[in-house]
Design a protein around this ligand. Structure first.
Ligand code: PEP
Length: 249
C-alpha cells in the first residue's frame, strides 16, 4: 500500500441484489476492524440505493453507484442522473468499468462528460482502467492505460478521484495478476497520474478474494481493492476488509 491515505475496499455488486437479501447482507456485516486505516464502500444496483444508504451509513459503509448518465435531468428515458445519485446518498460513482466500455461501448468522449458531470454534482468518480489479455500479451498494457487516463487531461486536479486498475482478463475469471504485474502496473499508473498533476488512490480489481487479498493489498502502490463477486456475501467481503486491515496495521 502507498502509506499515508486510508485504503479503500469497495464492492461492486453489478446486476445482482434484491431488497430482502441486501438487508440481510447489511445485518451480517460486522464492524470494520480498522476504520481509521480502511474505508469501506459498496455499489449496489440503482434499485437498492435509497433503501441501503441509511443502513450502510449506520455501518460506516459509503454507498456508490455503478454508472450514471451525464445529464442532470430531462428526456433521457431509462437514465439516472448524478443529482439523483446524490439524492440517494451516493458518495462514489464507478465510471469506465470494462463491462460498460466493452458491452455498452463507453469510450473516452462519453467518459469525460460523465467525469465532469459527476464532479459537478459532488460525486467522487471511481475511474476504472485496464487492458485486455491480447494487449498484455502484446506488451501494450502501459499504452492502453495511458490512453484511458488521458481522459483526465485538463481536469481539475483537486476534484476527488479514485482510480481502479482492473486487468480485464482478471475480472470475474478467477485469474489474478501476479504481485509483480500488480506492483509494476500500479507504479506506472501512479507515475502517469503524477504527470497529469494528480495524486490519488489506485485500487486493484480482478478476482480479489479472501485467499489472495492480503498479498495483493501488500503490493507497492496498491491502495485498496475493487471487488466484484466476492463482495456479494458479507462473510467473504468482511474477510477482504480484515486482510486490508492487517496489511495497513
Ligand atoms: C469488478 O467487477 O470490478 C471485479 C473486479 O469483479 P471480480 O472481483 O468478480 O473479478
Amino acid at each position: 500500500m502507498s502509506g499515508s491515505t486510508r485504503c479503500l475496499i469497495a464492492g461492486n455488486w453489478k446486476m445482482n441484489g434484491m431488497l430482502q437479501e441486501s438487508l440481510s447482507f447489511v445485518n451480517d456485516m460486522r464492524e470494520n476492524p480498522a476504520p481509521e486505516a480502511v474505508e469501506v464502500a459498496l455499489m449496489p444496483p440503482y434499485t437498492l440505493l435509497h433503501a441501503l444508504s441509511k443502513p450502510f451509513e449506520d455501518k460506516g459503509i459509503r454507498i456508490g453507484s455503478q454508472s450514471m448518465y451525464f445529464e442532470t435531468s430531462g428526456a433521457f428515458t431509462g437514465s439516472i442522473s448524478p443529482l439523483m445519485l446524490r439524492d440517494a446518498g451516493c458518495h462514489y460513482v464507478i465510471l469506465g468499468h470494462s463491462e460498460r466500455r466493452d458491452i455498452m461501448g463507453e469510450g473516452n468522449v462519453i467518459l469525460r462528460k460523465k467525469l465532469d458531470a459527476a464532479w459537478h454534482a459532488g460525486l467522487e468518480p471511481m475511474f476504472c482502467i485496464g487492458e485486455h489479455l491480447e494487449e498484455r500479451e502484446a506488451g501494450t498494457t502501459n499504452d492502453v492505460l495511458k490512453e484511458q487516463l488521458s481522459v483526465l487531461e485538463g481536469t481539475d486536479v483537486n476534484a476527488p478521484l479514485t482510480v481502479a486498475y482492473e486487468p480485464v482478463w482478471a475480472i470475474g475469471t478467477g485469474k489474478t495478476a501476479t504481485p509483480e504485474q500488480v506492483s509494476a502496473t500500479h507504479a506506472f499508473v501512479h507515475q502517469e497520474l503524477a504527470r497529469l498533476g494528480r495524486q490519488c488512490r489506485v485500487l486493484y480489481g480482478g478476482s480479489v478474494n479472501p485467499g489472495n487479498a492480503e498479498s495483493l493489498m501488500a503490493c507497492e502502490g496498491v491502495d485498496g481493492a475493487l471487488v466484484g463477486g466476492a463482495s456479494l456475501k458479507a462473510d467473504t467481503f468482511m474477510e477482504i476488509i480484515a486482510a486490508a486491515a492487517r496489511v495497513a496495521a
